[in-house]
Ligand binder design. Structure first.
Ligand code: PRX
Length: 634
């Protein structure tokens, strides 16, 4: 575990919201909302009332078998019904639900009613393919409206979805499909990215050779590039053909509150990605409530979350959260700086985006081009901004605040995780903001910073970020790995306390400052990637005997990979091999694995039991004291 915790920050600026923001807030009194949230059962039960339940719950929280908490016990509900069906009998029926825009300027709009019909057709088609409640359906799709339709269709019939991010390559893709025994895969011909079309079908074809449980592959014609239905055809069918003639009506499956909703893989300290399992009702309640509180959603909003649906941000706050609140959600496909670095700002101007939720890495990237680009556009529709995925440095915060928000839009720095499902530590718009701090735990959440024994650490000192009480959108387990679920998250400090894997400190006002991961997980452009996943990718190359990987700080991506490799005899780390290794790692893991530096070494620091001591490599790399090395091998 990393113990480089006492990072000092001297950020003292405070920013308060203007009256025009305050006037329309759902929550005007932050402290009393936090006070109300202390009675977690009462607080979350009140929030659960916003949904249509087929049957109300008997008990809000069952904590008799911690950490296997259950929320809204015996309640019956359906996600797609609440995200889509319920709106078609209201005046939102013809409101745009999904606004798709891509970097080529093409757009597609689906009203709630149109979305309803599309979801039903695909859900009927899935049923015809033999998909039943509890079956796993995987996707490898770009940011396109069909992805949203497919996921909603799964939840309508009670199938569990497992999205594979379309930026992942064959190795990571195969691992994710095989771990959950997916029965169906939905993919597409390709995706638009920086003026090119990336061929997804080819990656999928290659992966499918190694995925025996997949019975049917459904292919969306999205970009129109020519593709071959491979020799595997017979199990391949075009999306359009599949839904042809399917009825646009379907009754929603009655799901138990605790029925699985989806699996989403994320990286941990070990090589194998973890299948984070979320269930139905608690996730709905947590996601809708935090989105509404943090971003103050109103009729007339145009919500834009720039995160990909392949990650939790897209699941919770591009797809489900906004639809559960009946707002319009914008889906953008493409790079932020194509065809020019004003691309995003032109979207904000053209469509009148009111709430923009993005990542620090994207802000730092766009900052490089200067304030010229945001100043070319009218961004006055914006009301609230948000960030997620990694700590935001105060310079990036200030740039976003001044140039995009024009010093009128509060920035919600939201801390949360794949595992938490919903925002956990974040300001509400009423909060006084300090650039770089995620402020306080949200109402209904009990977070703290503690030492290894679980004692709160003094003000300003670094410690482990923990959550002390259950919350509704919490993941329920790791798919097929309860032991790892318990050992990774619930054992690090005494008592049944959730350890997030982050280091944080609190200041004299009780504000949280998240410092970064405490484990061997890197954050590259906000994407989580385990050092051991990268090491396995290196070692699977014929020239590499052993590899160790650490994070190296990077001004735009936050962190990139620094690798130390031991090569087989006869190999030298020359330009050709460096290129070859980079290509190999990208092939295995995808472009998320950004290599900063590769160094050839003769040996690696290890414990006597053979574990690589990355902490020693990190300290040496930063020119810091290596600390306690009593367990280091001779
Ligand atoms: O290290 C924290 C960082 O992202 C991790 C969770 O990553 P993931 O599961 O991929 O989810 C990202 C999107 C929710 C956390 O353990 N992180 C996330 N948000 C913040 C953050 N670090 C600092 N500030 C944040 N606002």
């Amino acid at each position: 575990m990393r113990h480089d915790t006492d990072v000092l920050l001297n950020e003292e600026r405070v920013f308060k919201p203007g009256q025009e923001i305050i006037d329309v807030l759902h929550v005007k009194d932050w402290e009393s909302e936090i006070e109300k949230g202390k009675d977690i059962e009462k607080y979350w039960a009140e929030k659960a009332e916003q949904f249509v339940w087929f049957k109300k719950w008997d008990k809000v929280l069952d904590d008799s078998n911690e950490p296997f908490y259950k929320w809204f016990v015996n309640g019956k509900i359906n996600m797609a019904y609440n995200a889509v069906d319920r709106w078609i009998t209201t005046d939102k029926r013809n409101q745009v639900a999904v606004l798709y825009v891509n970097e080529r300027g093409h757009e597609k709009k689906l009203t709630y009613y149109e979305l309803y019909r599309e979801v039903n057709k695909f859900a009927n088609a899935l049923k015809n393919l033999g998909v039943k409640k509890g079956d796993v359906v995987s996707t490898y799709l770009p940011m396109c409206p069909e992805l949203m339709v497919v996921l909603l269709a799964c939840t309508k019939i009670g199938a569990i979805h497992s999205v594979v991010y379309s930026g992942l390559s064959v190795g990571a893709f195969v691992e994710r499909i095989n771990d959950c025994n997916a029965k169906i895969l939905i993919t597409a011909d390709g995706t638009f990215r920086r003026g090119k079309i990336i061929d997804l079908k080819r990656v999928s074809d290659e992966a499918m050779l190694q995925c025996p449980t997949v019975e049917t592959v459904v292919v969306v014609k999205h970009t129109g590039i020519p593709i071959e239905m491979s020799e595997l055809s017979g199990r391949e069918i075009f999306y359009e053909t599949l839904i042809e003639g399917e009825p646009a009506e379907l009754e929603a499956e009655e799901m138990d509150a605790e029925d699985p909703l989806f699996i989403l893989y994320t990286s941990g300290s070990t090589g194998k990605p973890k299948g984070v399992l979320h269930t139905t009702a608690g996730y709905m309640v947590g996601v809708a409530t935090t989105l509404n509180n943090v971003f103050n959603i109103h009729d007339g909003d145009l919500w834009w979350c720039t995160g990909d649906i392949g990650w939790i941000t897209g699941h919770s706050f591009l797809l489900y959260g906004p639809l559960l609140l009946g707002t319009t959600t914008l889906v953008y496909e493409g790079a932020p700086d194509y065809p020019n670095p004003g691309a995003w700002w032109s979207v904000v101007e053209k469509y009148g985006v009111t709430k923009l939720y993005t990542a620090p890495t994207a802000i730092r990237h766009l900052m490089r081009f200067g304030s010229k680009y945001p100043n070319l556009y009218n961004l006055s529709s914006l009301k609230i901004l948000g960030t997620v995925g990694e700590p935001i440095n105060p310079e990036a915060w200030m740039w976003f605040y001044k140039n995009v928000g024009k010093e009128k839009c509060p920035i919600m720095d939201t801390w949360w995780q794949t595992e938490t499902g919903m925002h956990m530590i974040s300001p509400l718009p009423i909060a006084p903001l300090k650039p770089g701090s995620a402020t306080m735990a949200l109402p209904g959440i009990d977070a703290d910073v503690v030492d290894d024994e679980g004692n709160p650490v003094p003000v300003g000192k670094g410690g482990l970020l923990v959550i002390k009480k259950p919350w509704p959108a919490m993941f329920r387990t790791l798919y097929n790995d309860e032991e790892k679920f318990i050992n990774t998250y619930w054992k690090e400090v005494p008592g049944c306390v959730y350890t997030a894997g982050d280091i944080a400190r609190k200041d004299e006002d009780g504000y949280f400052w998240i410092q970064g991961r405490s484990d061997d997980v890197l954050k590259i452009a906000g994407h989580r990637i385990g050092t051991s996943e990268v090491e396995s990718a290196f070692v699977s190359h014929p020239a590499v005997v052993e590899a160790a990987v650490i994070g190296k700080s990077d001004p735009i991506k936050g962190e990139v990979i620094k690798a130390f490799v031991i090569l087989k005899e006869g190999y030298q780390l020359k330009t050709q091999l460096i290129e070859d290794l980079s290509r190999h790692v990208r092939y295995e893991l995808g472009p998320v694995a950004v290599l900063g530096q590769i160094t050839q070494v003769d040996s690696l620091p290890k414990t006597r039991s053979g574990k690589i001591m990355r902490r020693v490599l990190r300290a040496r790399d930063r020119g810091e004291d290596v600390g306690d090395i009593s367990t280091l091998e001779e």
